[in-house]
Design a protein. Structure first.
Length: 321
């Protein structure tokens, strides 16, 4: 087809195969390293649709480079903080994302971080790998149990609810802070309490972030919020890095204001604040929330399906604007 689809990052073949089987000839980046900005601006020229990754910033400059014929930006992610939605909307460019297909994978990672940081698993593995002498003992490397503790979910969307269900299975109680009370819409078995953000921070033993990243949530968790948390509490972030003021988190950890943190995302990703790197009570993993082969393939095919729908003048499956 003459509809020109540019894939700006390397995606699983399942997405490309779907496009080709639908009669399109996608122009696909096939390098594990993301494009440089200049390469990206050159690649999008005359595109009718873009399939983008979170490493690509879709702003006014890129939209101008693409040209007035651009009809769609299909992000291979549930989040879309890399895209200027207002600029796209003003130009009549549809934006889509990939919700749903990565819910379980990301919730698994959130639960893994909870277990890793509370039970000191990363620290324990480092002891073994260092080949330092160690000896089992009744008081050696004691962690914190999570049974009968409160998990506070910030943002009770699909991933937040999936994380809550996992926590409930581990014997935790659940509270959540959200723009609206969704208690009647989530599993009744969760017995989740809707709290203000302040009350959630004050009462939770583990706080897990699952809200979108935008202007209203930038540094939603900063010095003031961290001081409200229990000194025995842990912070988990599998959403987006800028939701947490990373320097404030470092200072809170150094001051003993919270017990630890488990992070899959970072404020200036892929850079990580040096103050986090040498702390034993912090678990750090490189944005693995959706990193299963099955999930990434499903994300790619959903993004491709959105592009195909728009090319065929149909309503996209998962529209953002």
């Amino acid at each position: 087809m003459s509809f020109r689809i540019v894939v700006t990052g390397k995606i699983p073949n399942a997405g490309l195969d779907l496009l080709r089987n639908a009669g399109f000839s996608p122009i696909a980046w096939n390098n594990d390293q993301p494009m440089t900005r200049s390469e990206l601006l050159n690649a999008v020229v005359s595109a009718d649709a873009l399939i983008t990754l979170i490493t690509e910033k879709v702003d006014e400059e890129l939209l101008v480079a693409a040209g007035s014929q651009l009809r769609a930006v299909c992000n291979v992610a549930v989040g879309f903080n890399n895209i200027d939605i207002s600029a796209c909307t003003a130009r009549g460019v549809r934006v889509t994302n990939t919700p749903g297909v990565l819910t379980d994978a990301t919730a698994d990672i959130a639960m893994a971080l909870i277990l890793m940081v509370t039970r000191r698993l990363g620290e324990g593995e480092r002891v073994i790998r260092s080949e330092d002498a160690w000896q089992w003992g009744m008081h050696y490397m004691l962690g914190a149990g999570i049974q009968k503790r409160q998990l506070g979910i910030i943002g009770m969307g699909a991933i937040g609810a999936a994380t809550a269900r996992r926590a409930k299975a581990f014997g935790m109680s659940v509270a959540y802070s959200s723009r609206r009370d969704v208690t009647g819409e989530i599993d009744r078995g969760l017995d989740a309490k809707h709290l203000s953000l302040d009350d959630l921070l004050l009462t939770s033993d583990i706080v897990s972030i699952h809200c979108p990243s935008n202007e209203s949530t930038h540094h939603l968790i900063g010095a003031e919020q961290l001081r409200k948390m229990k000194k025995s509490a842990f912070l988990i972030n599998t959403a987006r890095g800028p939701i947490v003021d990373e320097q404030a988190l470092v200072e809170a950890l150094e001051a003993g204001e919270i017990a630890g943190a488990g992070l899959d995302v970072f404020e200036f990703e892929p850079k990580v604040n040096f103050g986090l790197l040498n702390r034993q009570n912090v678990v750090l993993i490189p944005h693995l929330g959706s990193a299963t082969a099955e999930t990434r393939a499903a994300m790619a095919t959903l993004a491709a399906s959105n592009a195909i729908a728009i090319a065929n003048n149909q309503h996209p499956i998962t529209p953002v604007n």
